[in-house]
Design a protein around this ligand. Sequence first.
Ligand code: KG4
Ligand code: ZN
Length: 340
Amino acid sequence: MKFLLLESTCDETAAAVVTDDLQVLASIVASQDEVHRPFQGVVPELAARAHLDHVLPVIESALQSASCELSDIDAIAVANTPGLAGSLLIGVTAAKTLAWVLDIPLLAVNHVHAHLYACRLFERRDVFPCVGLVVSGGHTSLFDCHSPCHFELLGGTIDDAAGEAFDKVAAMMGLPFPGGPAVARLAAQGDPAAYAFPRSFLRETDRLQFSFSGLKTAVRYAITGPGDRRDPQSIALSSEQKADLAASFQQAVVDCLVDKSCRAVARTGRDRLCVGGGVAANECLREALRVASQNQRFELCIAPTELCTDNAAMGAIAVERYRAGLFEQLDLDIGPGLVR
Ligand code: KG4
Ligand code: ZN
């Protein structure tokens, strides 16, 4: 069996073809980074328009790369939640149209859950049950993953997502969008102890929640001076200052993510932690999680970078939904809101 998977939740238009035994025959991603770079963040209306331009070429390219045609596809799956409303609509409309025209089953994918399924795809063996940490531009969530079709939310961010904080701190330092990779590169040259940035909720050991907006403000005032309302981008920083700011910020984010993930593993009694989402590409986070997993003796699964950032292949979680008989009707709606 072949599944066509579509992803258009935020600013990547992606299509993949996978088999029911989880072979990825094709995975194509059209990035919109160039579209959003001048604005230092994703502009929802521009994202929706770019999805409209990209969706059909990306599907054609995935089919070509998988050496198959639409008539070879047995089921179609689309990420319908969470994400930007205009962006979600493009993928969902394309998927429903194809399901109707081809008269094949339609499946829904939760984008955040799919980020964790990237670990299953990469490992090529069952990774459930596990604790799941999703760290992306839009989400920072911890789950007790009972099975691929049953995720229980343990906690998440009460304000900014980790990736969003990376992007905003990058913008303050005049670094290009998306900011995560740029901050990580700078951080490699800096001192992570140069600035004593806050680590929210770290002492509140019973809370599996995150908050990064205070950290973001602390970086801002470290650049401008306390209470100074000037635009941080207007302040000239030496390359050493920039590197130290990036390293200290990154360390504060990593400390919070690692600490709460370890607590989630301990609380649930699971022996495995799966990590997904764009920020999981961060080498400092990966190394800190590796050390923590050795100290606390749990298994760590993190997908390679291309499966951490947005892609359609991770939508192979739909294969599990197909097996469980969780099909959708053609009135499938988008769910832009927060993940549950
Ligand atoms: O999962 P993703 O591709 O899209 C969403 O679902 O949001 O994540 C994108 C986020 C961006 O905020 C980007 O800056 C961040 O992942 N990111 C990183 C790194 N690579 C991407 N953050 C820190 N370090 C990285 N190496
Ligand atoms: Zn994502």
